[in-house]
Design a protein around this ligand. Structure first.
Ligand code: H79
Length: 463
């Protein structure tokens, strides 16, 4: 009888845990349409993907979409596709670059705010087939992703500053909006989304440009339902609807549609109940820019670790050049991340964030009965952490290396470190526990470690 009661309690407990994962979905208009949990979990386990922003704008080296009517006059911008001929485009090389980085999925701009379509769309001539290149970039890429076992997804901008029926003008566009019609535009948009799902088998719909007044909450929930109706296991970001608060990217409440949050150009805040993905550029601009400042390998690796430590995915953006190649220095940077992941991938893929909450110089991830500590700065001779209540640390070792001594003092754990960091970018320490790490509630370490650092510095000053 006791066991029965216990299992009933456990059942409800696990059900409520599951319910926490079931956030988002179709929003208040679609109460029965929840996020496809299996698809979500599979995608979360991938942790690291490649974002690609690309289009005729690379002929100018200015920002995609945003430079239309700013750095590049509208008339000129809208005619760039007539010169777009990236003859060195090679889907195999792009996907191989993602693979070499240790990335597991890829999202490409099928259509950005400028309205240009990188695929052979039946519903517009403003697409890649009207350029001198005349090759279906999306098709080649989708097929190559399949071949190389990379999950394929598509970015699609809801706002379209080029389409006559879209009802907001931008960049001093003189065309009157009087004849525009959002209902007609939505027919166009849905037709294109159907193409992306049915012909290109996109697994992720990464919407953007939802913030203008032309779009609203009802339209967002309707679009979500439409896409899920075409394919139930598709994932849709929260920019399908108006629930995103700011660039922190998390959805305000469950009344809004969307399967995951989208912090932009920042690592999301620690959040392990609600799914999210940070999108961050490898350089500064989303679209290719000559001599754009590129992030260091250290920054790239730490950004990935911080994202995983906070509980999210990282979608790192690269933009190929006007000739179709990805810059060699970016390929090299990606490979650098892949090399780090070859040694440390266990601490990223398939992990959850925590239990130690992220700090500037340390984050943690967990999987099974292990916790992975990512050290960005070297704390001295010891790493001091709060004790984990209710479980034992059986061992501490450097990732792929030797075991380290653990001491217990005043409710703290002190792990004896080698004198210097093993990996200047991120040294990973693996803690093996006597039980599952997933159940440990999040712990704040900041104060603890700062105190220890201060005393450590004092000691140094004293000697
Ligand atoms: O597609 C990428 C951006 O174009 C788009 N979302 C990502 C994924 C985006 N939407 N909103 N924003 C970016 C924020 C707007 C930032 C801006 Fe700017 C600051 C627009 C103009 C000044 C960023 C910097 C774009 C141009 C310069």
């Amino acid at each position: 009888m006791k066991t029965f009661i216990l299992s009933v309690i456990l059942f409800f407990f696990s059900e409520s845990l599951a319910a926490q994962v079931l956030v988002g979905g179709g929003g208040e208009a679609n109460p029965d349409l929840k996020t496809n949990v299996q698809a979500l979990k599979n995608w979360q386990a991938l942790r690291f993907g490649l974002f690609i922003h690309w289009g005729p704008v690379t002929l100018r080296g200015t920002e995609i979409g945003w430079s239309r009517g700013r750095e590049v006059p509208i008339e000129e911008y809208d005619n760039l596709y007539k010169e777009f001929n990236p003859v060195l485009f090679n889907a195999k090389e792009w996907v191989a670059a993602a693979k070499a980085a240790g990335m597991k999925y890829l999202i490409i701009t099928s259509k950005h705010h400028d309205g240009f379509c990188l695929w052979d769309s039946k519903y517009t001539d403003y697409d890649i087939m009207s350029s001198p290149f005349k090759r279906d970039v999306l098709k080649e890429l989708a097929e190559e992703c399949k071949r190389q076992d990379i999950l394929f997804g598509t970015y699609y901008s809801i706002l379209d500053w080029h389409h006559p029926d879209y009802t907001t003008r931008h960049g001093g566009d003189p065309r009157p909006v009087g004849q525009s019609d959002m209902n007609r535009y939505i027919v166009y948009l849905k037709n294109q989304i159907r193409e992306l799902i049915e012909i290109y088998h996109t697994n992720i719909l990464w919407f953007d440009g939802e913030w203008e007044d032309s779009w609203d909450h009802e339209k967002g929930m309707d679009l979500y339902r439409y896409a899920r109706g075409l394919r139930d296991d598709i994932l849709i970001n929260n920019r399908v609807d108006k629930g995103r608060k700011d660039m922190q990217g998390m959805t305000l409440s469950q009344k809004f549609a969307g399967d995951f949050g989208t912090p932009e150009q920042r690592v999301g805040a620690f959040e392990i109940e609600r799914p999210w993905e940070s999108c961050i550029t490898i350089c500064r601009q989303w679209a290719w820019k000559p001599n754009d400042r590129m992030k260091s390998l250290r920054e790239c690796i730490q950004t990935l670790a911080k994202t995983a430590g906070g509980g999210g995915n990282l979608l790192l953006n690269v933009s190929p050049m006007l000739d179709g190649r990805i810059e060699q220095r970016q390929i090299d940077r990606l490979r650098g991340m892949g090399e780090w992941l070859k040694k440390n991938g266990e601490s990223i893929y398939g992990t959850q964030g925590g239990p130690f909450k992220p700090t500037d110089w340390m984050v943690s991830t967990r999987k099974g009965n292990q916790i992975f500590i990512h050290l960005f700065n070297w704390p001295g001779k010891e790493l001091v952490l709060p004790e984990l209540s209710g479980c034992q640390i059986l061992s501490a070792r450097l990732m792929g290396g030797r075991e380290m001594k653990i001491m217990h003092r005043n409710g703290q754990i002190a792990i004896q470190l080698p004198p210097d960091p093993v990996d200047e970018n991120d040294t990973v320490i693996v803690l093996k526990l006597d039980k599952e790490s997933a159940t440990i509630p999040p712990l704040n370490v900041t104060e603890n470690i700062i105190r220890d650092l201060v005393s450590c510095r004092r000691r140094q000053l004293a000697t």
